[in-house]
Design a protein around this ligand. Structure first.
Ligand SMILES: Nc1ncnc2c1ncn2[C@@H]1O[C@H](COP(=O)(O)OP(=O)(O)OP(=O)(O)O)[C@@H](O)[C@H]1O
Ligand SMILES: [Mg+2]
Length: 241
């Protein structure tokens, strides 16, 4: 589903090494939490996975497609919600989703069915005729998620998806992720909300200064820490200066 090998990326002509020899594999049907302190390299890694940035070294395979050699096939097989949902402000909600559905060539009957279910669940049906520019941050987040799911991609990549969601929406989001994984879909998301990661994710990876310092199930992480340690205490210990 997602395989990252020897991935590296530096900014400012090599001065800032944002991602440093990252190796990671996420299996089908898995919810994977990508954790790490601010500036650890999560967004940079995600941008390379979804094809917004080119890596300096290493390879990324998305659903069997190499992101550099089979760019379009890799991109079409994933859904992505960035950390800051800067959508097209001058389109209405429905125009935006239709645009994304057109890009992915989703036929109108299928899109109506999927769209209806998602916007009703997220309670944004009434706002769909309004300009995206008038949406609140949380509403944009829900619209971006709706659009990312419109082609039912086997892999969903989310950069801090819980930011700005109200408690009900956050709950719905978790239910939705669980439901999609039960159907065999894979979810890879970055987050700072450790108790959500602990409860929702099958496995988590912790990145620090561009390197993966820990990866596995909660049980795996606990074997190298105190037995009943919370993810928070494991995270704090591992990422200590
Ligand atoms: N466009 C850029 N130009 C220069 N340096 C950058 C750029 N984007 C990110 N960086 C640097 O790369 C490093 C990794 O940043 P990144 O945004 O990937 O971190 P992050 O783990 O997503 O952090 P956060 O939790 O705050 O979102 C940081 O040192 C950051 O300052
Ligand atoms: Mg980030």
């Amino acid at each position: 589903m997602l395989k990252i090998q020897g991935l590296s990326k530096a900014y400012q002509k090599g001065k800032v090494k944002a991602v440093d020899d990252l190796n990671l594999e996420v299996k089908p049907g898995e919810i994977f939490g990508f954790l790490g302190p601010n500036g650890a390299g999560k967004t940079t890694s995600i941008k390379m996975i979804v094809g917004l940035l080119k890596q300096d070294q290493g390879s990324i395979t998305v659903n069997g497609y190499d992101t550099l050699k089979q760019t379009l096939a890799a991109k079409s097989s994933l859904g992505f919600v960035p950390d800051n949902p800067d959508l097209y402000d001058k389109l209405t909600g429905i125009e935006y989703v239709n645009f994304i559905a057109d890009v992915h060539r989703v036929d109108s009957t299928t899109r109506q069915k999927r769209l209806g279910k998602l916007i009703e669940m997220f309670e944004i049906s009434k706002a769909m005729g309004d300009l995206v520019g008038s949406f609140s941050h949380g509403m944009k987040q829900k619209l971006a998620l709706t659009a990312a799911l419109i082609h039912e991609p086997p892999l969903l990549i989310l950069d801090e998806p819980m930011v700005g969601l109200d408690p009900r929406s956050a709950h719905l989001f978790k239910e939705l992720m669980n439901e999609h994984c039960r159907q065999g879909m894979t979810v890879f998301f970055s987050t700072h909300i450790l108790d959500v990661a602990e409860r929702l994710c099958h496995r988590v990876g912790i990145i620090k200064k561009g390197q993966l310092i820990s990866c596995g199930t909660m049980e795996d992480l606990r074997t190298s820490a105190a037995e009943k340690a919370s993810l928070e205490s494991i995270f704090l210990e591992l990422t200590e200066k």
